[in-house]
Design a protein around this ligand. Structure first.
Ligand code: F6R
Length: 611
């Protein structure tokens, strides 16, 4: 949540900051701002709304932004205070000499603010962030330099923060510091960067340093020093950036989301090659260090789309492993007395690896002695450090805020991991194992078949634009498909879409159904198919239009469905990965037909670093 950047070097600072922020827009887009330290004064430029508005503000001040060689920038996802110019970062001290940008939430800000106001500091925003500016400014007055003032101030802050801080009187540096919020330093030639995430520096530098919690960096044009909060120097590992700049280009697609939907077959092919090409299932490049003998139950905790992936795994794993698998939203798990123990395999799924709720849940489970497995798309993310074992998704950077390829990669990863555990436990027969492996192996070609002809999804999308409410239903392993389909549609089209366990429809939600409330039914093959047909009949009897997502050549009564989105034939366990592609296409084309900003839906951000 929120993205920040800092730059010190000889390139045009304002433009460099804006370029970096452009690649961080997935972190928020409620407002944006930059501050430049140009020796004489700190200039701050801010705009409400998307980054383009800030571009306009800056283009009207071209002569003012020329002379600086150091600056910081921010893109905001509002938490404390509305998306206004006053609340936009950077925030300035009262004497206008100290300026900072912040990602995170300062939990004790009210108490600090009251104290600072009593001491005469004047606040201009409703943000928690402004407290930090005045606190550092206060300490600066009694400290030898900015570095010491920052150290003294951040020790008084509770919550999460990543800061970039500049002072007019120390124009040769930016100070960066973090606790529970990501921050990297990009090392260039005669220039250095600070950023929330790698996309901000892709194509600009090859080498980076990851800051850890409680570390502070003094970033100058030709040097970077990292220290702990006692001022001791830390020798940091310098890492090569593993991504190629092309991952953040649309490659000719209208939106990143469509590009990412189309990348899915290649991702699954790579996963299959890495894990299923040998006779025994291969765990992957990072070793499986879990003590499998000890595991008596499994808990999988996640949020949003990742939670739907967990529900998919629950259906497969309880069958394959014959042990209880508990699935829960991280934000609920953390407030509940639970039975996590040292016999629990606790799995945290987070594509971004920065979701605060999931990180907190993982920390709690670790304290209870559970073995921790992390499934993430970002091997460099915060959640990774709590894992006894980490499984990288390898889906590549996902720019669209709505998750697509990371979800499919999660499903495929949970599929092969389940087979791996089952093989180790010999809880399924060799025959069944071989069939299941084959099913996953055949999936990429079947996904390509769906993607090569999206006409049915496009036509249906046109029709959906005239509805304001929809219902999705699914059963068993496809309840997750229904939930994910509804989530995708509502988050990018803003059509109200609710998903129900199909069997629950008759216990209340059926009252909603009439000709204005279409029902999208996910009819996977296998044990739930016949019951799903009955539920569709019930919906049809209430005049609802019924849309089916189902395998080609399924045995269905003529006239039951108003529209069908077909998948190639497949088995019960892999069908959700194909149905999901049809549902993603449907959501995408509906949102696009409605003229929505598909890649950056309102009110959302890609990594949610607040609880
Ligand atoms: C929806 C979406 C979100 C995320 C959720 C968890 O398209 O992307 O629901 O799945 O915010 O994010 P991660 O997986 O990064 O923990």
């Amino acid at each position: 949540m929120c993205g920040l950047i800092g730059y010190i070097g000889n390139n045009a600072v304002a433009q460099t900051l804006l370029d970096g922020l452009k690649n961080l827009e997935y972190r928020g887009y409620d407002s944006a701002g930059i501050a430049l330290n140009d020796n004489n004064e700190i200039d701050v430029f801010k705009a409400k709304g998307k980054l383009n508005n800030l571009f306009e503000v800056i283009s009207n001040h071209q002569n003012q932004v020329q002379s600086s060689h150091v600056g910081i920038g921010h893109i905001r996802w509002a938490t404390h205070g509305k998306a206004t110019v006053e609340n936009a970062h950077p925030h300035l001290s009262n004497d206008k000499k100290l300026v900072l940008v912040h990602n995170g939430i300062i939990e004790n800000y009210q108490e600090l603010r009251a104290r600072l106001e009593k001491e005469g500091f004047v606040f201009h925003s409703q943000t928690d962030t402004e407290t930090a500016v005045h606190l550092i400014d206060k300490e600066y007055k009694t400290c030898a330099n900015l570095e010491q003032a920052v150290i003294k101030a951040v020790k008084q802050l509770e919550g999460a923060f990543a800061f970039c801080i500049m002072h007019k009187d120390e124009p040769d540096k930016i100070i960066a510091v973090r606790k529970n919020a990501p921050l990297i330093i990009g090392l260039g030639d005669n220039e250095n960067f600070i950023a929330s995430d790698i996309p901000a520096v892709l194509g600009k530098v090859q080498k980076i340093i990851h800051l850890n919690d409680g570390e502070l960096a003094i970033v100058k044009q030709n040097s970077v020093e990292v220290k702990d909060l006692n001022g001791n120097l830390i020798n940091k590992e310098i890492e090569e950036i593993g991504f190629n700049p092309e991952v953040i280009s649309k490659a000719g697609y209208k939106h990143f989301m469509l590009k990412e939907i189309n990348e899915q077959p290649a991702i699954i092919r790579k996963i299959v090659q890495e894990h299923l090409s040998d006779e025994a299932i291969v765990w992957g490049k990072l070793p499986c260090t879990l003590n499998l003998e000890k595991i008596q139950n499994i808990s999988i905790i996640a949020c949003g789309t990742s939670l739907h992936a967990a529900m998919f795994a629950q259906n497969l794993w309880e069958d394959w492993l014959q042990i209880p698998v508990h699935v829960e939203a991280a934000s609920e798990y953390i407030y509940r007395k639970n039975i996590t123990s040292e016999n629990t395999l606790f799995i945290g799924i987070s594509q971004s690896g920065e979701t605060a709720d999931t990180i907190t849940a993982v920390k709690q489970a670790k304290e209870k002695g559970a073995q921790i497995l992390i499934l993430t798309n970002r091997e460099d993310s915060s959640i990774v450090r709590y894992g006894d074992c980490v499984v990288p998704l390898q889906a590549g950077i996902e720019v669209s805020v709505a998750a697509t390829k990371s979800y499919t990669a999660q499903l495929a990863a949970l599929y092969w991991m389940g087979l791996y555990f089952a093989e180790q436990k010999t809880s399924i027969s060799a025959n069944q194992l071989a069939v299941l492996k084959q099913n996953l192996t055949e999936l990429p070609a079947k996904m390509e078949e769906i993607l090569s002809n999206s006409t049915a999804a496009q036509n249906l999308a046109q029709k959906l634009t005239s509805y304001s409410d929809l219902v999705y239903i699914g059963r068993g392993i496809n309840l997750a498909s229904a939930l994910e389909g509804a989530l995708k549609l509502k988050e990018i089209s803003y059509i109200n879409a609710n998903a129900y366990a199909a069997g629950e429809l008759k216990h209340g939600p059926i009252a909603l159904l009439d000709e204005n409330m279409p029902v999208i039914a996910i009819l996977g093959p296998g044990v739930t198919f016949a019951k799903m047909i009955s539920n569709c009949e019930e919906a049809k009897a209430r005049n609802a239009k019924v849309i089916a997502v189902l395998p080609l050549h399924s045995d269905i009564k003529e006239g039951l469905f108003d529209t069908c989105l077909f998948t190639p034939q497949t088995d019960e366990t892999t069908f959700p990965m194909l149905a999901n592609i049809q549902l993603q296409l449907l959501a995408y084309y509906t949102a696009d037909a409605l003229g929505r900003e598909v890649d950056q839906p309102r009110n959302l951000a890609k990594s949610v670093t607040v609880e």
